[in-house]
Design a protein. Sequence first.
Length: 154
Amino acid sequence: MMLDIHDLKLLQLLQQNAKRTTKEYAHRLGLSTTAVYERIKKLERQGMVLHYVALLDKKKVALDFVVFCHVRLTRHTQANIGYFEREVMKLPEVMECHHLSGDYDYLLKIVVRDMEAYRHFMVAKLTAIEHIGSTQSSFTIKEVKHTTALPLLP
């Protein structure tokens, strides 16, 4: 699917703030309100815009202990991989899960209240999943950059 410059700029604006009115987007893009409305609907129908969310301040909701956990499975069978991925999907503390190449099989981004909550998560939830051979955790000291916006324009 081909996106023109207006689509790319509109997607960038939606990533910055999806609560603006269609009229505000139209003003910023130099297009009519109807044209922008139709573009947004087209982008949603085509699956470019998956859904709209509210981004929360982790500190204000007391979930600012961020951990990156590498996971190695005992065996790399299709059944083990499928089982692990299904179980990880059930864990609300896991914000992201990436299947990797290299020494470890998965990288998880986990958000919890504090170290004690992470310990409980590891013991009661993560390591309770079958076929995990080992884990290695790194704790965030300071979040230097965090964005959810894809770099659509140079």
